[in-house]
Design a binder for this molecule. Structure first.
Ligand SMILES: C[S@@+](CC[C@H](N)C(=O)[O-])C[C@H]1O[C@@H](n2cnc3c(N)ncnc32)[C@H](O)[C@@H]1O
Length: 276
């Protein structure tokens, strides 16, 4: 409302008719956050793309270094807790270098996984890894470069939707949840692992570590401080556990719930697409 009033202020009184009002509103570009910086909504996707294209080759090494290996435990726990139907079709969105997809294949001997990501360099690293992991049957994997906000998949296709540490990088998380709802079969499960709001006791240490240590590790190990600065900032800008659960509910999922890991450093969100 306040914004609409501001827009009106910029329009001459004599020409405040509906048509001119709407063209003035259109010319006010929508902004969003890229870490702590405000950017035009249309710029965020490219900036995020550049971050992951830059870090793709060092991504796995950096994950181990930044989390001291704990990301592996979170991912094991996340996938280990999934109930995967026989012959399931799974979509792992923002699947990056395949960490979740490989765990899904190991967890379920019959599942087939579509690994999708907006960033081809991340998928390329994943494909190479799949070839070199002896216990991975590459025939059960499909790699698709796509935007989570506009998925190129048919409606009612997947039994399970997974997304790990990807959704906070998307410009419109609610569109991703909407698309997940569309591509899931009725009764299908949405499960999202994402950084969250940490418990207040841990917060001072967590903040000190993430703002002082992680960008420096990025500089030393990947020669890229700014990408890792973005990563820590993006965590702070993502809705907290309750707010994100509410987004999932509003997009039509039922049995919506979440579970905190490591005092809320990250959380696992779940919901079910109604059968009717
Ligand atoms: C932190 S990585 C997570 C990768 C992997 N899921 C994991 O847990 O290791 C975030 C991934 O989200 C992808 N991503 C960012 N925005 C996206 C979008 N709009 N659509 C699809 N993937 C996106 C990035 O390219 C990147 O591979």
């Amino acid at each position: 409302m306040k914004r609409a009033v501001n827009i009106l202020k910029n329009v001459p009184k004599s020409s405040r008719n509906l048509r001119q009002f709407s063209s003035a509103a259109e010319s006010q570009k929508k902004t969003t956050h890229f870490g702590f910086t405000d950017v035009d909504e249309t710029e965020k996707e490219k900036k995020v793309h550049d971050v992951f294209a830059n870090v793709a080759k060092k991504y796995d090494l950096m994950n181990d270094a930044m989390s001291m290996g704990v990301h592996r435990l979170w991912k094991d726990y996340y996938v280990g807790g999934l109930q995967i139907p026989y012959n399931a079709k799974i979509l792992d969105m923002a699947g990056g270098t395949g960490d979740i997809a490989f765990r899904l294949l190991r967890h379920s001997p019959t599942a087939k996984v579509t690994v999708s990501d907006i960033n081809q360099p991340m998928l390329d690293v994943g494909k190479e890894r799949a070839q070199s992991e002896r216990d991975i049957q590459t025939s059960r994997l499909e790699w698709v470069c796509a935007n989570a906000e506009q998925m190129p998949f048919e409606s009612n296709t997947y039994d399970l939707f997974t997304m790990s540490f990807g959704i906070r990088n998307c410009t419109h998380p609610e569109k991703v949840v909407r698309e997940a709802f569309r591509v899931l079969k009725p009764g299908g499960q949405l499960t999202i692992l994402e950084f969250s709001e940490v418990n207040s006791t841990l917060k001072p240490i967590y903040d000190a570590y993430s703002f002082n240590v992680i960008p420096v590790l990025g500089e030393i190990l990947a020669s890229d401080r700014s990408s890792y600065q973005y990563l820590v900032e993006s965590i702070r800008k993502f809705p907290n556990q309750d707010a994100f659960a509410q987004i999932i509910r509003e997009e039509g999922f039922e049995h919506v719930r979440y579970e905190n890991l490591t005092l809320g450093v990250c959380s696992i969100h779940k919901g079910t697409k109604p059968r009717k």
